[in-house]
Design a protein around this ligand. Structure first.
Ligand code: XIL
Length: 448
């Protein structure tokens, strides 16, 4: 049976949860019934990546506010968003996420200051001395803007290579400033907001391997020399090719033993049903078994907006129904769920939607992408039309089989017909404009 907690403001709920946690032993039946409250009962936060663009969707916001006690802006704090040209700082979208989260009493993870990706091209064009100044100024300015409002910052993200070398990844920072850029970034960050916990964050570092050992050695060196570092973030992007490693807990523990907190920062596990649920439960249990594992962030609220949407890697499906993975996480956190265990409305009607985006544009042509998203039931196939304006000509299509009637293309799956409820796939095309810049019109999506 699902308990109803009073839906107070997040701040009030946090207080309630703290009180509930203290009395949990006396009232074991009062197990928490949300991810955030259950995690709070274990002294941890439970967070999600948040996109500012979805904050106008009622179901997104109600799920976010109800379940999560921490928020990480998914893209809004990255360099290309916050300093698109040198010295021109733009915080609008990040402010939206931070203000929303703080108004709900959530903690905020800052993500991320120094990263090779989503880095505007002007940064890569600087010489070493200028780059050093720009890096430190970026850290100062972004951290300064949010000073006192960020729980933990991913100061440096993904600075090590994959594979067996344990080497640093090539980036403007690495290539021009050398190994010392990470230390410099952390020292600058400490001065910019002394209250924020400073994390190094990476992926493929979840198990004991050459890459995680290289990070481990860096953290050990930092701790021995007094370079400020408080936490290590483990992204935790898992799928069948990169499953939850058997030594995940041992790896978290060896970092914790260096005297830093560990955080699971971007967890998502592709799959469905009990297999996905079991993997999630293992990850949660590993965190709970490590005293210094202070919280878990999943990389999105709902499968439909996941960066890996086709892998349905999150805890809520496209209709915001709780998946088996949600129940497994809640139960691993010691909470009680089960009243709304998902599965969708179950009306048996296959349905889908099709949405269009222009993904690239140049003077004589453009690329388009149509995303097909299954409704609340799984689908076996889909079809949609795309009507182009004459004299445009489609030069190539991918991930769909196209048939033509005049300037109307009917697109059907090539390999990607079967979609779980709420899951998405996409197909694309390259168009020669031949003088017309008109956007194509996407017709209704039909599913079977
Ligand atoms: C991803 C976002 O989820 C996407 O929306 C964006 O297009 C690319 O970046 N590691 C990270 C995150 O540290 O910032 C990435 O987020 C996922 C991988």
């Amino acid at each position: 049976m699902r308990m109803t907690f009073l839906r107070l403001s997040r701040a009030a709920t946090a207080g309630l949860v703290a009180a509930a946690a203290l009395t949990a032993a006396a009232h074991p039946a009062e197990a928490a019934d949300t991810l955030g409250s259950a995690a709070a009962g274990q002294g941890r936060y439970f967070g999600t990546a948040v996109a500012a663009s979805h904050l106008d969707e009622a179901d997104y916001v109600s799920t976010l506010n109800r379940e999560f006690t921490s928020a990480t802006p998914e893209n809004e704090m990255k360099w290309d968003a916050t300093e698109p040209s040198r010295g021109n700082f733009t915080f609008g979208a990040a402010d939206q996420v931070v203000n929303h989260a703080r108004s709900q009493g959530m903690d905020v993870r800052g993500h991320t200051l120094v990263w090779h990706s989503q880095l505007p091209s002007w940064v890569g064009g600087l010489g070493a001395a200028d780059l050093r100044t720009a890096m430190n100024n970026h850290i100062d300015s972004v951290m300064g803007h949010y000073k006192g409002r960020i729980h933990s910052w991913d100061v440096v993200n993904e600075a090590f290579q994959d594979g067996g070398s344990g080497a640093r990844r090539s980036s403007p920072f690495q290539d021009k400033l050398g190994d010392g850029f990470i230390e410099e970034a952390f020292r600058t960050a400490r001065a910019a907001d002394p209250a924020a916990k400073l994390c190094y964050n990476d992926y493929n570092t979840d198990g004991v391997n050459a890459k995680s050992t290289a990070v481990y050695n860096m953290v050990k060196d930092f701790k021995s020399r007094g370079v400020p570092i408080d936490c290590v973030g483990f992204q935790g992007h898992f799928n069948s090719a990169s499953p939850v490693p058997s030594d995940f807990q041992a790896n978290l523990q060896r970092f914790a033993d260096l005297g830093v907190d560990v955080q699971l920062t971007e967890l998502d596990i592709e799959g469905s049903g009990t297999a996905q649920a079991d993997s999630y439960a293992r990850v949660v249990r590993a965190c709970l078994a490590v005293d210094r594992c202070t919280g878990i962030t999943v990389w999105g609220v709902t499968d439909k907006y996941s960066w890996r949407s086709s892998g349905t890697p999150l805890l809520f499906d496209g209709d915001y129904d709780e998946k088996p993975a949600y129940d497994a996480v809640l139960s691993a956190l010691g909470g009680s769920g089960g009243g709304d265990d998902g599965g969708g409305p179950g009306d048996g009607t296959a349905s889908c939607t099709a949405t269009y985006t222009r993904t690239a544009d140049w003077s004589s042509g453009y690329n388009g992408r149509v995303t097909i998203t299954a409704g609340s039931e799984p689908i076996g196939s889909w079809a949609t039309t795309v009507t182009f304006t004459s004299p445009q000509q489609v030069q190539a299509t991918w991930n769909a089989t196209a048939t033509w009637g005049g300037n109307v293309m009917t697109a059907r799956p090539s390999w990607n017909g079967s979609l779980a409820a709420g899951a998405s796939t996409s197909f694309g095309f390259t168009v020669a404009k031949n003088g017309s810049d008109a956007a194509p019109a996407v017709g209704a999506c039909t599913a079977s």
